[in-house]
Ligand binder design. Structure first.
Ligand SMILES: NC(=O)C1=CN([C@@H]2O[C@H](COP(=O)(O)OP(=O)(O)OC[C@H]3O[C@@H](n4cnc5c(N)ncnc54)[C@H](O)[C@@H]3O)[C@@H](O)[C@H]2O)C=CC1
Ligand SMILES: O=C(O)C(=O)COP(=O)(O)O
Length: 552
């Protein structure tokens, strides 16, 4: 990765409201790179060149795996808006790039647009207005339908869907809904919104349907030829969510046959739709060019929120609107941060002892006020354990995915009230067949325990049953040996001959039932990393069982 510049550069890769851009310009540690409207290849080249730390997008560009192939210094992508279907989230996650959106800032604006589309559609506002411009005066041609008394089916009862439902109820409509994550009827503003388990079940109950779902494999083509058949004759349709949730071909056919009484679209499978798209000439079809979030108010809000979210993350102040961060938090108290630091050091220290793979990791965090740090501690532990064994760079964003792909079971628990002021215990289980020849056959798990006392220093107090008290730091060497006289001297001589100074050393003895000799673990802090020759010399010493070097 290129060297990080002291200033953080934010690439504005779409048209953003000036308020957000001005906010970036006003920050002493931020720099703005305004480049809307480029191709994917051009964005990929900008990122590859390094020096771009954050990227803000809307719906105009596709942040594909190709754009992120070599993302340079990119640490965060902010969607100034809601839908992240134009961002390859798995690709971003795999490269350790945080993705955030500004989910709430445009809810009301988008709901207003969807509801306006419905009302305009039912009252023929667009064709009537166009006819007036053409000098006509035809009142009977544009007779409409009344909202009051009609039943509106809201598909997707999230932020926007519920906000649309509130407006429909205020207009005297009946509202029914479907959302797989809403299992009971809803009470909205004193009205009952009946919910159905599937769109197919809802379809026969609605005079009009409006879609407010994300674009996923399940939602794509939700309203297609087959599901149109389940709808009431003359059903009205509004789609201001994503193109393709209402199948465009099926819609044109249903408008032609009269099955659909009229429709309004704000979003399209291809944006803009081609000039000769049948959508542009279909009867009773009201089209807007993806204007759902386009109000002054919403755009100001999403632009400023996206810019602030990028800088907050880059400054380590917090993560807001995370799409792919799991339980990671950066807005932790100094004490919580100390445990995150301890977690990284403990896992790094333990990692060279894990030579036969990892089947499971248990993280136990005991102490008051530590629970909010549990997700971050867990991921920091995984980074520390796995980094040594993997070629690709790991961080707290991508590590959970990597662990899952490797089939590592991770369990984390936190509890309050540790009398010692806080304790972190990591237990790493090897696979069932991983018997390490140099340890006892039954000894397939590794355990390390650490504490942070009032001085804030991260201390290791136990490694695999060896009790100790050491603040791990810098270049270290771990030596496990049979507990016999003369070993310490031999180790000291080896270091002396290699010209490597030992800065600190701790030795702990362990005598376990079933182990026929007592063993000792030495942890040495060095002034410089141990060269390979020294490690080989140490390994060759009689009674030495294991040697590992680690940079903590
Ligand atoms: N036209 C425009 O300019 C805008 C469009 N949008 C679109 O609106 C969508 C909804 O936004 P929000 O309400 O903020 O999101 P949200 O996440 O609050 O709500 C989405 C809801 O859809 C539900 N859902 C998911 N799969 C479903 C399925 N198969 N069937 C039924 N419901 C399902 C979810 O459970 C959730 O409750 C966004 O995904 C975005 O694509 C958002 C903002 C502006
Ligand atoms: O926020 C969303 O999901 C939208 O669809 C709005 O898109 P836009 O930012 O206007 O390109």
């Amino acid at each position: 990765m290129p060297e990080a510049s002291p200033k953080k550069t934010i690439l504005a890769a779409d048209k953003l409201a000036p308020e957000g851009l001005d906010w970036i310009r006003s920050q002493p540690d931020a720099e703005l790179l305004e480049k809307p409207g480029l191709s994917e290849a051009e964005y990929a080249a900008i990122l590859r060149g390094g020096g771009v730390h954050a990227m803000i997008v809307r719906s105009a560009i596709t942040v594909s795996a190709g754009v992120l192939a070599d993302p340079g210094d990119l640490a965060v992508i902010a969607r100034a808006g809601v839908g992240v279907d134009n961002i390859d989230i798995p690709a971003a996650t795999a490269r350790g790039i945080l993705v955030v959106n500004t989910a709430e800032a445009s809810t009301i604006t988008t709901a207003e647009h969807a509801f306006t589309l419905l009302a305009s559609l039912l009252r023929n506002i667009a064709p009537a207005a166009a006819s007036m411009r053409e000098g006509q005066w035809d009142r009977s041609k544009f007779q409409g339908r009344q909202l009051h008394g009609m039943t509106l089916g809201v598909v997707g009862l999230g932020r926007i869907g519920r906000t649309v439902a509130e407006r429909a109820l205020a207009f005297g409509m009946k509202v029914v809904g479907h959302d797989p994550f809403v299992h009971a009827d809803l009470q909205i503003d004193g009205h009952t919104v009946r919910t159905f388990r599937s769109f197919a079940e809802l379809a026969p109950h609605a005079d009009a349907v409006t879609f407010h779902v994300p674009k996923t494999a399940e939602t794509t083509g939700m309203l297609d030829e087959a599901s149109f058949a389940l709808c009431r004759d003359g059903v009205f349709v509004v789609n201001a969510s994503r193109g393709g949730i209402v199948d465009e071909q099926a819609l044109v056919a249903a408008l032609g046959s009269g099955k659909c009484g009229g429709a309004a679209l704000d979003v399209y499978t291809s944006e803009p739709p081609p000039a000769d798209s049948p959508l542009r000439s279909a009867p009773r079809l009201l089209l807007t060019p993806h204007l759902g979030a386009s109000t002054q108010e919403a755009q100001t809000a999403v632009s400023v929120e996206a810019a602030k979210a990028c800088m907050a993350y880059l400054r380590g102040e917090g993560i807001s609107g995370a799409v792919n961060a799991g339980g990671v938090r950066v807005d932790l108290s100094p004490r919580q941060r100390a445990f995150v630091e301890l977690a990284g050091k403990m896992a790094t220290l333990l990692s060279p002892m894990i030579t036969r793979g990892i089947a499971g990791v248990e993280v136990a965090l005991d102490g008051d006020d530590l629970a909010p740090a549990a997700g971050t501690v867990e991921r920091t532990v995984l980074v520390g354990l796995l980094q040594r064994h993997l070629a690709s760079a790991l961080n707290v964003i991508n590590v959970a995915d990597v662990a899952e792909k490797r089939g590592i079971r991770v369990t984390t628990r936190s509890s309050g009230g540790d009398p010692g002021g806080g304790k972190l215990t990591l237990t790493v289980h090897g696979p069932a067949d991983a018997v390490d020849a140099s340890t006892e056959a039954a000894d397939r798990s590794r355990r390390i325990v650490g504490r942070v006392y009032a001085d804030g220093a991260p201390r290791v107090v136990e490694v695999n049953g060896y009790a100790m008290d050491m603040v791990p730091a810098g270049a270290m060497v771990l030596i496990q040996n049979e507990d016999k006289p003369g070993i310490i001297g031999a180790v000291g001589t080896a270091f002396g001959s290699a010209g490597v100074n030992i800065a600190d050393m701790t030795i702990s003895r362990r005598s376990r039932e079933g182990e026929h000799v007592a063993t000792a673990l030495m942890l040495l802090k060095l002034d410089a990393a141990a060269p390979a020759g020294l490690l080989a010399d140490l390994e060759a010493l009689p009674a030495v069982r294991k040697v590992a070097a680690v940079q903590v």
